[in-house]
Design a protein around this ligand. Structure first.
Ligand code: KG4
Ligand code: ZN
Length: 338
């Protein structure tokens, strides 16, 4: 049985990441988050792609050094082909193609959304992979999807957002409250000591298993505008209750759709991923559902929830084993479906 070493590259958004895997275990997983976007209150695509260009060579050297292997030991190069920001994807794609050519080893293209899901199969402490079939809920600043996963490469999108991603809903709500970007973790922090029923925000009516979060942001904005004209200290006097109520609304939306998906498919294994999986409210709601509804839930270690090359590498490993390679003519794809 051959040992497979994969070098994986992720550059779809604002994190430059390179990982080295030995089969399904991580030898290194280096992530360089781009601080530059904070002062703009969101990711600026042009700046992201420039930062990837600066980061990618040193991050690759660091990942190889941390893994303590030589580049000549590598079996293949895996990279994120899409979906994501085109300028950012181009950096990782071109770099991966050059490396594969220079080292004379195969190239493996990876779908970022598939990677968020297969991150559950990374062999690591505190993690147990779900058995097939399972439902995956991918929630981050860029994605909101419910996917039925029948096998490693057999996935079907059951529902997704029609507008904002759930992380954006957190971040935009936080911005309305005057909190810095990204505000999701701060909402979570203040929500802990607030009353989730203090304020009521509407749950959008969206068909089947799809989501919509842009209306929530608007209703929060109007509500805050109205209240602050009557009391200019309204936000600071109610910050915990506001955060708690907003978080409660978002979790109610997510859990409502998950329950629908379970009912539709009969599958009670739920695996979540993406940066919003860090949210304490969603984690608690899932734990409660284990007891109340008999679900089994899976949350990967946090380093594998947020964008990272380790998850690209695990897809690379499974694709390598099944002989799914790409040619030098492959190109970045901003819209790339599962
Ligand atoms: O996966 P990620 O690091 O990057 C992508 O967007 O792909 O996710 C980042 C998102 C941001 O919107 C951030 O506010 C949100 O995840 N987030 C949270 C929490 N931690 C991160 N949202 C709510 N509660 C949290 N604890
Ligand atoms: Zn992502």
């Amino acid at each position: 049985n051959e040992t497979i070493y994969i070098l994986a590259i992720e550059s779809s958004c604002d994190d430059t990441s390179v990982a080295v895997l030995k089969n399904d275990t991580m030898l290194s997983n280096v992530v360089a988050s781009q601080k530059i976007h904070e002062e703009y209150g969101g990711v600026v695509p042009e700046l992201a792609s420039r930062a990837h260009q600066q980061n990618i060579v040193p991050i690759t050297s660091l990942a190889l050094a941390k893994a303590n292997i030589d580049k000549n030991q590598l079996s293949a190069i895996a990279f994120t082909r899409g979906p994501g920001l085109l300028g950012s994807l181009l950096v990782g794609t071109s770099f991966a193609k050059s490396l594969s050519l220079a080292l004379g080893i195969p190239l493996i293209e990876v779908n970022h959304m598939q990677a968020h899901i297969l991150a559950h199969f990374i062999r690591a402490e505190n993690m147990k992979p779900p058995s097939f079939p399972f439902l995956a809920l991918t929630i981050s600043g860029g994605h909101t999807q419910i996917v039925k996963v029948t096998n490693y490469f057999d996935m079907e999108i059951l529902g997704q957002t029609l507008d904002d991603a759930v992380g954006e809903a957190f971040d935009k709500s936080a911005k309305i409250l005057g909190l810095p970007y990204p505000g999701g973790p701060l909402i979570d922090k203040y929500a802990v000591s607030g009353n989730p029923y203090a304020f009521e925000f509407p749950i959008p009516k969206v068909k089947d298993l799809d989501f919509s979060f842009s209306g929530l942001k608007t209703s929060i904005l109007y509500f805050i505008q109205k209240q602050t004209t009557q009391n200019e200290n309204f936000i600071e006097e109610n910050l915990e209750d506001l955060c708690s109520s907003i978080q409660y609304t978002i979790i109610t939306i997510l859990m409502g759709k998950l329950k629908k998906a379970v009912k539709k498919t009969g599958i009670k294994r739920i695996a979540i991923g993406g940066g919003v999986s860090a949210n304490s409210g969603i984690r608690k709601a899932l734990k409660d559902a284990e007891k109340a509804l008999g679900w089994t839930t899976y949350v990967p270690n946090f380093e594998f929830c947020t964008d990272n090359a380790g998850m690209i590498g695990i897809v690379g490993y499974y694709k390598y084993k099944s002989g799914q390679f790409a040619g030098q003519e492959t190109s970045a794809k901003a819209r790339y479906h599962l």
